[in-house]
Design a protein around this ligand. Structure first.
Ligand SMILES: Nc1ncnc2c1ncn2[C@@H]1O[C@H](COP(=O)(O)OP(=O)(O)OP(=O)(O)O)[C@@H](O)[C@H]1O
Ligand SMILES: [Mg+2]
Length: 243
């Protein structure tokens, strides 16, 4: 089962006193969070509450105005740390509305992520096959994004984000605009990733997702309002998933 062998001292992502202001808008005021290795969690908050901004700090796309971000023991929020690539190699990020490249079919989209990692052609083929199977898109391999449903596109984007075998998988609104059946498929895939010991962070404004993981973080007014443990997260393989 996921989340059983988590060492409370083994912190994968640490946010301390995170503050971020855009113009006159205080988006993050004082965000403090420890995410442990192997943990699965949901960050939930209203639209505009700063969820995507937090994730961008975790992958080094944004620098805080104040505070500290560290990943796997490395502080990435200092001007001295400029090798964001090293951190991103550990991370797979499904961006909000993370589209596939329109000019490539599904298989090519995944293979492309492997090509830029300088993998051999055999490795590219084998890993692409594996990832297509993982997200249930083997028979969609030669279709272009415009030929895929929204849920299929999202699954393709998950497969692409997993190409570098990341230790941490971050999904920003993975089920946004999807019907409940497609949303369930996505959540199943994401929860399954945790079985391999990955750290999983899902961000959403959809309150119906607040019972899919054990740990739930609620963001409000630039701060963490609640950090809760849900003793009975729904077992998606058994229960009916209602949106
Ligand atoms: N680069 C930026 N420059 C200026 N303002 C920004 C920037 N990035 C985010 N913001 C602002 O910060 C606020 C929080 O944005 P964020 O994208 O984190 O919201 P969110 O919680 O992810 O919302 P949603 O649920 O709609 O995705 C928004 O008001 C947004 O306009
Ligand atoms: Mg967002």
């Amino acid at each position: 089962m996921p989340n059983v062998n988590i060492n409370p001292d083994d912190v994968m992502i640490k946010l301390r006193g995170l503050k971020k202001i855009f113009g006159s808008q205080d988006v993050l005021l004082d965000v403090n969070l420890d995410i442990r290795r192997g943990e699965t969690m949901v960050i939930i908050g209203q639209s505009g509450s700063g969820k995507s901004v937090i994730l961008k700090h975790m992958i080094g796309l944004l620098q805080p105005d104040e505070g500290e971000v560290s990943v796997d023991g490395i502080t990435i929020s200092t001007p001295k740390y400029f090798d964001a690539r090293t951190i991103r190699r550990k991370m797979g990020m499904l961006f909000q509305m993370g589209a596939l490249f329109d000019s490539m079919d599904t298989g090519e989209n995944i293979a492309f992520a492997l090509e830029i990692l300088d993998k051999s052609s055999k490795e590219i083929k084998d890993t692409t096959d594996y990832l297509l199977d993982l997200v249930g898109l083997r028979d969609r391999r030669n279709l272009f994004p415009y030929e895929l449903s929204g849920g299929e596109q999202q699954r393709g984007a998950i497969a692409r984000a997993l190409a570098n075998k990341p230790d941490v998988f971050i999904a920003d609104e993975p089920t946004g605009n999807l019907d409940s059946k497609s949303a369930m498929q996505i959540i199943k895939i994401i929860k399954g990733l945790n079985d391999q010991g990955r750290t999983i962070i899902v961000v959403t404004h959809e309150s119906y997702l607040d019972n899919i993981t054990r740990r739930i973080i609620r963001l409000r007014d630039g701060q963490i309002e609640k950090d809760e443990i849900n003793q009975h997260p729904i077992d998606i393989s058994k229960e009916e998933f209602v949106k």
